[in-house]
Ligand binder design. Structure first.
Ligand code: SF4
Length: 254
């Protein structure tokens, strides 16, 4: 399958996980829409995948996220791509399997991606009182694989090695490579608000020349940190295991 054109949807509430690196808190929200309104508000007409990811972790309440996916599919009959930092119960997993099957029945694909960007250092990036632990997410990825999914490891955002050691990311690839279809990765992006939540300063970073990702996707200014060394290490580790790796987003055949 080739993914060519994406459209993004999301619930409008602020995400309860409050990750320190998150850029979504700068996105304006005019109103809190119902699922029907979110589905109806898609204006693009030539997309081949709906990313259920934009302003929020749409699966902080898994059943609500799954209900949104059903509504999107029922209306547009397109591939659906879900991204989460949450883990699902057995009942919720069963519902997810039913959703995947519904898409498969008409040769469409349900992608599920789980975000983790650190293990021991997770508290640098996330509020660990609000998110599931990396170990819970690792277990969730394995459970998804056992249920017939080919989960995607969202290894992002990548911090400079001296802040979050890249070996933590490499260990994640080593442990998870039998269970995942690919790795999607990208570097940390910062603005003043994110720096303040991280307790860091612009002078703590070197910045990347690649500043185009997210252009037009969000209103707030984001500058991407230079993590070329760390991304190269991730590429090498993925190559060692034959795991496809994509920068920023998944564009290729799976
Ligand atoms: S889970 Fe995602 S949307 Fe929610 S705060 Fe973290 S990065 Fe932002």
């Amino acid at each position: 399958m080739i993914i060519k054109k994406r459209t993004f949807v999301s619930f409008d509430e602020f995400c309860p996980y409050e990750c320190k690196h998150c850029y979504t808190y700068g996105i304006a929200r005019d109103k809190i829409r119902s699922i029907d309104e979110i589905v109806n508000d898609i204006s693009a007409d030539d997309f081949d995948v709906v990313y259920v990811s934009q302003k929020n972790d749409n699966f902080s309440n898994p059943m609500r996220g799954i209900t949104l996916c059903h509504a999107l599919f029922d209306r547009y009959k397109q591939n659906v791509f879900a991204i989460t930092r949450n883990v699902f119960s057995e009942t919720e997993l069963t519902e997810l399997v039913a959703l995947k099957q519904k898409l498969s029945n008409v040769s469409k694909h349900f992608f599920i991606a789980v975000s983790i960007n650190a293990t021991d250092s997770i508290s640098i990036s996330e509020d660990t009182s609000k998110t599931c632990t990396p170990r819970q997410r690792i277990t969730f990825i394995k459970a998804l694989s056992e249920k017939g999914f080919k989960p995607i490891l969202m290894l992002r955002p990548i911090f400079p090695d001296r802040i979050i050691p890249v070996c933590e990311c490499l260990q994640l690839i080593t442990e998870l490579h039998p269970y995942i279809s690919c790795v999607v990765t990208s570097g940390l992006g910062v603005n003043e608000d994110i720096l303040s939540r991280l307790g860091m300063h612009e002078s703590d970073f070197r910045f990347s020349k690649d500043q185009e990702y997210l252009d037009g996707a969000i209103a707030s200014e984001i500058r991407f940190v230079d993590v070329d060394y760390e991304l190269q290490k991730i590429r090498e580790k993925c190559s060692e295991y034959g795991v496809p790796v994509f920068l920023h987003s998944m564009l290729a055949e799976l």
